[in-house]
Ligand binder design. Structure first.
Ligand code: NAD
Length: 378
């Protein structure tokens, strides 16, 4: 046991050192910092010593993860719209970042059917606005732009999608993110061409991840938040599409992928200015009903009911990501399976409903324990 805990401490120290080497004391401009993934990334960045400036809209609720972790104390927070091109540029240029992580987006498929043109504006034009700002930045900068697995033209194939596969989207959200990728590609060719790296000194990479779960997500129409809300309020969980199989993974997995990609990009922009998939192992998908059962078991009790939706909206079939490129080039792999990811997520929500005042400690503990087992950054 003594040797084991010593080995664990060494591993933690080694991982911390590697993340620290890249980000400690570095300036990171983070869009979407008030959102679910952005708040987790903000917390990890602070733990590894980065100075962060966030740019997003106001968090929607006072119980958002950003507020719960004391986000305003972790970064300089700018509240504005990515469609405000002038302000966005001013904020990027006045900060002079070493890294940019772009997560701000309208990320909901169902909402994208209600506000399609706004979704395109925020996701595609917002990305162009950010890259416009980066164009005027006269210093080296590593830029990681976050899209989604939904950028792939879904052929309902059984085999996993690879980075070179055709892009396209059926619903407005997926199409807007595929548009964002075209925007990125165009800027990379036109303004950040690798042949002229010595002039612009920008590395531009894309992280494509699938649905993620984790504490602090309160979005509507997402399974785990719906489950947590029902269990926390002692109500029956209502599920749609119980047999629908989805490849969810814990939010910390792609976040480590984005950080690792940023690190590699800073080290060698000519090699890593590309798109990378970050997803679970392809055999690690679970039906919705089984996810609900695991969540109830982790929580220690609860009831659920399956409902037919009668929804007219198109729902894409299962889309799997091939993650062999991230493994081969970044040495990134998932560290938890879906079962463990659900357990960790429910552990967070249970803490929130039992004693929200201790949620910062719970979030930190989950990050530390995740870093301690990850080899992604070794
Ligand atoms: N959560 C997932 O399962 C998932 C899966 C794949 C990809 N993604 C991508 O990850 C990123 C973050 O998603 P999330 O789940 O954290 O979403 P979220 O809704 O929790 O957060 C979205 C963030 O974007 C900001 N934002 C939205 N519209 C904005 C605007 N017009 N101007 C400025 N900021 C704006 C919000 O203020 C918030 O900070 C998105 O790009 C999303 O497409 C998420």
């Amino acid at each position: 046991m003594g040797n084991q805990s010593c080995a664990l401490e060494n591993l933690v120290t080694m991982n911390k050192t590697l993340l620290h080497q890249t980000y400690n004391g570095k300036k990171v401009f983070l869009t979407g910092h008030t959102g679910f993934k952005g708040a987790w990334l903000l917390k990890v960045l602070k733990l590894i010593g980065a100075e962060v400036k966030g740019y997003s809209l106001e968090p929607e609720n006072k119980f958002d993860l950003y507020h719960l972790i004391g986000g305003d104390h972790l970064c300089e927070s700018v509240i504005d719209d990515v469609r405000n091109r002038k302000r966005l540029k001013e904020e990027v240029l006045s900060f002079q970042p070493d890294f940019i992580f772009h997560l701000a987006a309208q990320p909901l498929v169902r909402l994208s059917y209600e506000i399609p043109s706004e979704t395109f504006e925020v996701n595609a034009i917002g990305t162009a606005n950010l890259l416009d700002a980066a164009k005027d930045l006269e210093k080296p900068c590593s830029i990681v732009l976050i899209t989604t697995d939904k950028v792939y033209h879904n052929n309902e194939w059984h085999h996993p999608y690879r980075e070179g596969d055709r892009l396209g989207g059926y619903d407005p959200y997926s199409a807007s993110k595929a548009c964002a990728e075209l925007v990125i590609d165009s800027y990379r060719n036109s303004f950040f061409n690798l042949n002229k790296y010595n002039q612009h000194k920008k590395g531009i990479a894309v992280g494509r991840a699938g649905n993620v779960i984790g504490g602090g997500d309160w979005a509507k129409d997402r399974l785990l938040p719906d489950i947590a809300r029902a269990l926390g309020n002692e109500k029956t969980i209502i599920i749609r599409n119980p047999s629908s199989v989805r490849p969810w993974q814990h939010v910390l997995e792609p976040i480590m992928g984005y950080l690792l990609l940023g690190s590699k990009l800073a080290e060698n922009p000519l090699v890593y200015s590309q798109a990378y998939n970050f997803g679970p192992y392809t055999n690690d998908a679970l039906p919705v009903e089984q996810m609900v059962k695991i969540a109830i078991q982790s929580w220690g009790g609860g009831e659920y009911e399956s409902l037919a939706t009668g929804s007219e909206l198109h729902e894409a079939g299962l889309l799997k990501l091939d993650i062999s490129k991230a493994y081969a080039e970044l040495k990134w792999t998932p560290k938890m399976n879906a079962y463990q990811a659900v357990q960790l997520t429910m552990d967070w929500y249970k803490q929130y409903f039992e004693d929200a005042a201790a949620i910062i400690e719970k979030t930190d503990a989950q990050i530390h324990s995740f870093i301690s087992v990850t080899e992604a950054i070794i």
